[in-house]
Design a binder for this molecule. Structure first.
Ligand SMILES: NC(=O)c1ccc[n+]([C@@H]2O[C@H](COP(=O)([O-])OP(=O)(O)OC[C@H]3O[C@@H](n4cnc5c(N)ncnc54)[C@H](OP(=O)(O)O)[C@@H]3O)[C@@H](O)[C@H]2O)c1
Length: 328
């Protein structure tokens, strides 16, 4: 029997239930993976809460590291006992074992532990997309990063700073601000929980001594949209890549024009790594950057898989710094 976490209705963390059920043999092109460490990502919260509707019942989770246990028909290039990880769907990573498409598995280097891989891969590939495909450092190195002490935020801040970015990190506490500065942020803006983000644009202009930043990375969404747009210099880009505070209102392109010929982009990791070759190339760059110290796996805490509900409550409480990892 195989244990997993499942939800049959959407709602708060309490809808996550510990279940057991059979696991079929891996089908054609699939591999059975025994999970050793499972990454918790905010997308798991959106699925559980119903913010992103999914067919029910559902097993959450898009990221895990583990060991290959069995190969389905037609699989080559992988072997039983090999350490691997994955970062995409179908969802189902909150489980002891699962079958997953072989072409979506990434072999893990010896330099990376399974827990570090589960803390690094999804968030590191997101940062890879933002740094390599979205960031526009040409006009100015100044960049604003919201939720800079979060799972993605710490990795993104460090990577941008190592590549010449002058990062202003927005966080909700002085403790988080100190951590973000350790990762290379040049300045931080503290907006305590419950406070509005109104002062962010003026603070940004004061810090940069200019018209604002050229790029904003905003994963908070509803609560930060206005402050993000108002912090941009002319021709700046708002990369809106998440909505932890809630869905964004629609934006009128004419308003982007009036504010200074701004651009708005909604990048997704799933487009970034949809091609298996692109996935492996991006993962190789993440592993190399980790080995060089350009990226760091920050584990806020590890919890038993059975306590997935507690992990979700923690993530939503805005008290975590870095990643949460579940251990089956
Ligand atoms: N587009 C993509 O492909 C992609 C891929 C990966 C992740 N993401 C997005 O990136 C974001 C970060 O993901 P993560 O897993 O690393 O989570 P996280 O950043 O560790 O956690 C979310 C953080 O957002 C901030 N926040 C501000 N207002 C919030 C609110 N009302 N409720 C909850 N959090 C709030 C909190 O930091 P402060 O308390 O410091 O404000 C909190 O720690 C998420 O929005 C996620 O959807 C997008």
């Amino acid at each position: 029997m195989n244990h997993h976490i499942q939800f049959s209705v959407t709602g708060g963390p309490e809808v996550l239930q510990w279940m057991e059920g059979p696991l079929p043999e891996p089908g054609p092109g699939e591999v059975r993976v025994r999970h050793t460490a499972i990454g918790v990502n905010y997308i798991d919260v959106y699925h559980r809460s119903g913010a992103y509707p999914v067919p029910l019942p559902a097993v959450p989770g898009f990221e895990a590291a583990g060991v290959v246990e069995a190969l389905g028909p037609g699989v080559s290039g992988l072997s039983a006992g090999q350490r691997v990880a994955y970062v995409d769907g179908p969802a189902g990573a909150y489980s002891e074992r699962r079958n997953h498409p072989a072409e979506r598995l990434v072999p893990l280097p010896e330099t990376l532990s399974d827990e570090a891989a589960a803390a690094l891969l999804f968030k590191g590939l997101t940062a890879h997309m933002l740094v390599r495909r979205v960031w526009r450092p040409e006009a100015s190195p100044w960049v604003l990063v919201h939720a800079a002490a979060g799972g993605v935020g710490l990795i993104l801040t460090r990577w941008l700073a190592r590549e010449g970015g002058r990062v202003i990190g927005v966080v909700s506490s002085a403790e988080k601000a100190a951590m973000v500065r350790e990762e290379g942020a040049e300045a931080t803006i503290v907006v305590p929980r419950g406070a509005a983000y109104d002062q962010v644009p003026d603070e940004t202009r004061r810090i940069t001594g200019g018209p604002g930043v050229n790029t904003v990375f905003d994963s908070v969404g509803r609560d930060t949209l206005e402050a993000s747009l108002a912090s941009l210099a002319p021709f700046g880009l708002l990369a809106s890549f998440g909505r932890s505070s809630g869905p964004l209102p629609s934006v009128d392109p004419a308003d982007l024009g009036r504010r200074g010929s701004l651009a708005l982009q909604r990048p997704s990791i799933f487009h970034h790594i949809s091609d298996p070759a692109a996935l492996r190339a991006a993962a190789a760059e993440v592993f190399a950057a980790h080995a060089q110290g350009k990226l760091k796996a920050h584990i806020h805490d590890t919890l038993p898989l059975r306590e997935a509900a507690r992990a979700h409550a923690l993530l939503e409480s805005r008290t975590t710094q870095g990643a949460l990892v579940l251990i089956p």
